[in-house]
Design a protein around this ligand. Structure first.
Ligand code: ACO
Length: 154
C-alpha cells in the first residue's frame, strides 16, 4: 500500500495554514475561526514539547497532494504515565481525509504512519475513540474494539 504519485506524508508545519489544513479538518467536525497567528503558535508549541526519551509528545501529521494541498491530517499524542513503570500511551486524534480524497487508502496510510510513530516512541498501547460507523475502518488498520467511551461535554 503506497501513496498516490506525488503525494507525501510528513509532520505538520506552521505554513500548512496556507495549504488548507483547516479545511481538511472540517471533514471531521466544526473547526471555527482560527487565525494564522493562533495556528502557528499552537504548531510551535507542539514542536517544543518532548518526552523524556527525546521523541515528540505531539505528532501532528499531514498528507499533501501534488499541488501541495493538505488532503489528510491526524495526530498521535503520547502521554507519559506512572503506571506500567512510567509507560507511554499513544492517543490517536482528529483524523480527517478530504471528502473528495476518501477511499484512496489515505486514511489507512495515515493511521499506519501514526501507529508506527507511537511504536517507535515505545508506547505500550495506542488507543482512539471513534463513531460506530468507523469501527470497520479502524479494524482494517489493525485496531480492536475494547470498550466504550464516556464523556462530559460543555
Ligand atoms: N467503515 C468500514 N470500512 C471503511 C470505512 C468505514 N467507515 N471507511 C473506510 N473503510 C475501509 C475501506 O473500504 C478500505 O478497505 P480496503 O483496505 O479493504 O480497501 C479501508 O477501510 C481503508 O480505507 P481508506 O481509503 O484509507 O479510508 P479513507 O481514506 O476514506 O479514510 C476516514 C477513512 C478517515 C474515516 C475518512 O472517511 C474520513 O476522514 N471521514 C470523516 C472524518 C472521520 O470520521 N474521521 C475519523 C474520526 S475518529 C478519530 O479521529 C480518532
Amino acid at each position: 500500500m503506497s501513496l498516490p504519485e506525488n503525494y507525501s506524508i510528513r509532520r505538520m508545519v506552521s505554513s500548512d495554514y496556507d495549504r488548507g489544513v483547516l479545511t481538511t479538518l472540517e471533514a471531521l467536525t466544526v473547526v471555527g475561526t482560527i487565525s494564522k497567528y493562533q495556528f502557528q503558535a499552537l504548531v510551535n508549541k507542539w514542536e517544543s514539547l518532548e518526552l523524556n526519551n527525546g521523541k515528540f509528545m505531539y505528532n501532528p501529521t499531514v498528507i499533501v497532494d501534488g499541488d501541495d494541498t493538505v488532503v489528510a491530517t491526524g495526530m498521535i499524542l503520547i502521554e507519559e504515565k506512572l503506571i506500567h513503570q512510567c509507560g507511554l500511551v499513544g492517543h490517536i486524534e482528529d483524523i480527517a481525509v478530504r471528502k473528495d480524497q476518501q477511499g484512496k487508502q489515505l486514511g489507512k496510510i495515515l493511521i499506519n504512519h501514526l501507529t508506527q510513530i507511537g511504536k517507535d516512541a515505545g508506547c505500550y498501547k495506542i488507543i482512539l475513540d471513534c463513531d460506530p460507523k468507523n469501527v470497520g475502518f479502524y479494524e482494517k488498520c489493525g485496531y480492536k474494539n475494547n470498550g466504550l467511551e464516556m464523556e462530559i461535554r460543555q
